[in-house]
Design a protein around this ligand. Structure first.
Ligand code: URA
Length: 431
């Protein structure tokens, strides 16, 4: 086999066999295929796409390019959830305890935030003392004891994706549905999940801006799950405005606790119950996703999910005995005019939160756990001119960043007279 022939084959719209895909990925990893050749192949895939069979085979090959975790000794069923990322997305902090409280074990490997999106690990680490570097025996023991672990990735999972993603990033080939779907699913599969619920976001603060694109991605991932015998469900949810009111780290943990106490924001609570309902059903503890939803609601109301969250914090060394730390300063952002909030650009809010120190500008930036934004108005709410629309929490003495953040938050709010067209939070479910 020669790589140049495979590049030409894809360029001409041909379909690769599994052996050909294996040859390409192996060659890239062992250095026998050059970056310039993989770049050309990625661009050919970008324009020509991949069949469902090719996408599933590529995912499987990538999945096996490094360690593949299994918890078969702990439980036959491991349900995982993946969100394509957004602003104010603290769903794992609520969904994982909800599902674990139903008796379905959760072994979750989460990530850190970069740019305008936050990461679950950063949010968890904002709880005093909490550790996310749990691996091997300790991970299994915690899963056995309390049925829930949320940790960082220590194993060498899917090295092929790390290399390919970095190359896609600099060759204009990120936005390819089969490449995104295989990238996400290979990591989920390698991390030991056999049932997967995907939260695929669309909107201004999402990776996929248009609902149609997000739906296409969701379908591609569900098909991969089917082809590789992992039951997969995708929930299409809106990221046209931040989820809930809090964006940051400690502020999002507080909102997650409020939600587990039963008084969280309506949109966020609804999404968490929907995701948890599907996970509880896939985990075999409910007769249907609707039944799972009802069970999840009960676990919220009776405090069992909150109790599970506290168990998780304690097991990972965290303590809320002195509450969550808070930022030293707050600044208000005021409505420039009276009217109804038409839109709140989620990406701009995420970016502003990063300017305050809550997110990373580069991989090496240090996070300020207490910095963040609390929205005081959401889409559809009426505001008076000069009314507070958001509150910024910060410690940084760099005033120019605060000014920049205040301006960005004000710009993120679109206020007008008309009644805004509000898309449903959950647009579709792909099973
Ligand atoms: N997230 C991933 O993990 N992979 C992609 O290709 C895009 C988003």
């Amino acid at each position: 086999m020669r790589i140049v022939d495979l590049i030409i084959k894809k360029r001409e719209g041909g379909e690769h066999s599994r052996e050909e895909l294996q040859f390409i990925i192996d060659g890239y990893l062992d250095g026998s295929v050059g970056e310039e050749q993989i770049s050309a192949w990625l661009m050919a895939v970008y324009f020509r796409g991949m069949s469902d069979q090719e996408t599933a085979a590529l995912t499987d090959i990538m999945q096996h390019s490094g360690d593949v975790l299994t918890y078969a000794d702990v439980s036959d069923i491991i349900v995982d959830k993946h969100s394509t990322g957004g602003v104010g997305d603290k769903t794992t902090l609520v969904v994982a305890p909800l599902v674990a409280a139903s008796g379905v074990p959760i072994a979750k490997l989460s990530g850190r935030g970069l740019g305008f999106t936050g990461g679950t690990l950063d949010k968890l680490e904002s709880i005093p003392g909490l550790r996310v570097d749990i691996s091997g025996e300790a991970f299994r023991a915690q899963l056995n004891n309390i049925g829930i672990v949320v940790a960082g990735q220590t194993a060498n999972l899917v090295p092929a994706d790390k290399k390919l993603y970095a190359l896609r990033d600099i060759t204009g080939t990120i936005e390819s549905i089969p490449l995104i779907a295989s990238s996400i699913m290979s990591k989920k599969l390698a991390s030991g999940a056999n049932k997967i619920v995907l939260d695929v976001k669309f909107g201004s603060g999402a990776f996929m801006q248009q609902p149609e694109q997000a739906k296409e991605l969701a379908k591609a991932m569900v098909k991969i799950g089917d082809a590789l015998n992992r039951q997969t469900v995708a929930v299409l949810s809106s990221m046209d405005q931040p989820l809930g009111y809090a964006v940051g780290n400690t502020v999002e943990v507080q909102e997650a606790i409020d939600t587990l106490e039963g008084h969280g924001p309506a949109d966020f609570t609804e999404l968490c119950l929907t995701l948890a309902g599907h996970m509880i059903f896939l985990g075999g503890k409910a007769l249907s996703a609707e039944d799972g939803y009802t069970k999840a609601k009960m676990l919220l109301e009776n405090g069992f999910a909150l109790e599970k969250f506290y168990q998780l914090i304690k097991a990972q060394g965290g303590s809320l005995a002195n509450g969550l730390p808070e930022a030293e300063f707050t600044a208000s952002v005021y409505a420039a005019r009276a009217g109804i909030v038409q839109a709140i650009d989620a990406k701009t809010i995420g970016h502003s939160s990063m300017l305050l120190g809550a997110g990373r500008e580069t991989k090496h930036s240090i996070i300020d756990p207490t910095a963040g934004i609390i929205l005081r108005k959401k889409v559809g709410e009426t505001v008076e001119q000069g009314e507070v629309i958001a509150e910024l929490h910060y410690n940084t003495p760099y005033a120019y960043r605060l000014d920049e953040a205040v301006k960005a938050v004000q710009d993120a709010y679109v206020i007008d007279e008309m009644q805004p067209k509000i898309l449903p939070l959950i647009l579709d479910i792909i099973e």
